[in-house]
Write a protein that binds this ligand. Sequence first.
Ligand SMILES: Cc1cc2nc3c(=O)[nH]c(=O)nc-3n(C[C@H](O)[C@H](O)[C@H](O)COP(=O)(O)O)c2cc1C
Length: 424
Amino acid sequence: MSSEHVILNVNVLDIGIHLAAWQNSGLPPTAFVDPGYFADMARLAEHGTLDALFLADGPAIREDPRFKPSRALEPSAILALVAAETEYLGVIGTLSTTFNDPVELAHRLLTLDHLSDGRTGWNVVTTYSPQAGNNFGLADYPERSVRYRRAAEFVDVVLALWQAARSRVPVSHHSQFFDVDGLLPLGPSPQGHPIIVQAGGSPQGRALAARSANAVFSAELTFDAGREHYRQVKGDARKQGRSVDDVAILPGLITVLGKTREEARRRFEHLEGFLPEFYSLDRLSTVLGYDLRGHALDAPVPKAALADVDPDSFTASLGFRESIVRAIEENGGTLGDAVREFSAGGHRIVVGSPQDVADTIETWFRRGAADGFNLMPDVFPSGLEDFVDHVVPILRDRGLFRREYAESTLRERFSSVSSLDRTG
Ligand SMILES: Cc1cc2nc3c(=O)[nH]c(=O)nc-3n(C[C@H](O)[C@H](O)[C@H](O)COP(=O)(O)O)c2cc1C
């Protein structure tokens, strides 16, 4: 059962994670609402024997549409299409516990798991977007601790309903947020029920992952931070009576590929050239929770921007913030350097050759910082094509990645992958 294969999902984020992807993809800028686009990316991912296609969620407009057309279609609907277009590829969707109902969501995702023959995963998030709060009539956005309390109960309800799909013993759940009595009108799927992924790196987020997630989508910028996080979540899972194999750690990995390192660097410079500086600065300000406008770009990042924040009043993601603060403190450098490196989203970025990307994946995997990655190509489709054509063969030659699919359900695939204890 044990294999040494790395898990590789592709996160189809808009038309690419880079803010200038839509100006450089060769696709119409409206491709992110075209079903053909998702079907094409899914077939490409399956051609590369990737584990799953992953989708983020944003139940409100957050980006300034003048600079970036961004995610629009509802993830579970796209994933139904992706499942129909593929045979093996997993389908993982992010859906918020703050803006959904657990019974409706349990039904919708178990339906998707049937439609996909047991290839579905749910990425649990609590969402930090005040715009989403406004859409849903929440004048006072619930603070992190409240969102995570609701998330824990939400996951309990969903899991209870999914488990009851097999046992047929009606659920009776009564807690602060939910009162549920009954059963879903559905039996278990080929993998029982969807697997659970979690994203959100605050202590509450990590606790939720340790308790119930099969995988964690994390934001880790440095190898040391990645390894610490890996050990922490696996250690916490053990304390919950689970095995280290039960939860796979999957940091995001932004790839900017060229045949050579030099070519990749030119590709990156070209993309960066499209970004108005103030826009990148605004994005870093939001992630750090500190207004950086007006600060000199050739001076160090202001100390106050990196100081500890009150976890309850800080509205954005603590996980992203902590990773970025730590990386800025470790790297040194100027505000301009930080803007260039981190405004793309706070995930580790490799600008390099296929060898460079394969080396990062191998190092993190073999040295206990990751069980795999959520890949975020800079620009679709070329970034994914280059990964499949040039990085996947290297990983295969190094014995790190499958040549063909063996397991039919996502659960089997994930559990056969993370069965090596690399926590050291
Ligand atoms: C890697 C990563 C990906 C995330 N993706 C999403 C997403 O797609 N949609 C969303 O609403 N929130 C997303 N979140 C944030 C979650 O909503 C999270 O539950 C919440 O904001 C608190 O984050 P924290 O635990 O890091 O403070 C993500 C967070 C991380 C770290």
